[in-house]
Design a protein around this ligand. Sequence first.
Ligand SMILES: [Zn+2]
Length: 109
Amino acid sequence: MSAMTKTRIHRDDEIVVVAGRDKGARGKVIRTLPANGKVLVAKVNMVKRHTRPSQSSKGGIIEKEAPIALSNVQYYCPSCKAGVRLGVKALEDGRKVRTCKKCGEVLDR
Ligand SMILES: [Zn+2]
């Protein structure tokens, strides 16, 4: 299974986790991993990693984000104050912007 997952979530979007261990957590998207159907979100799904001492660090336990399934996150709409599904609307100039399916708010500037 290596099908690309279609997503309208982009880097720097604010998302809310809607399922799993971090349900309810909000964070900014660091990176999308469409080939894996996952997304990396700041301060969400933190895992502890043990590192060996090296020239650049003393080693020890560091906390790092682990990717989370795209199906477990939703775009956080500031108007709805909730996770929402995204729609797409074409502007008069032909530009396509994302909208909140709940309140209709245009989310891209
Ligand atoms: Zn909304």
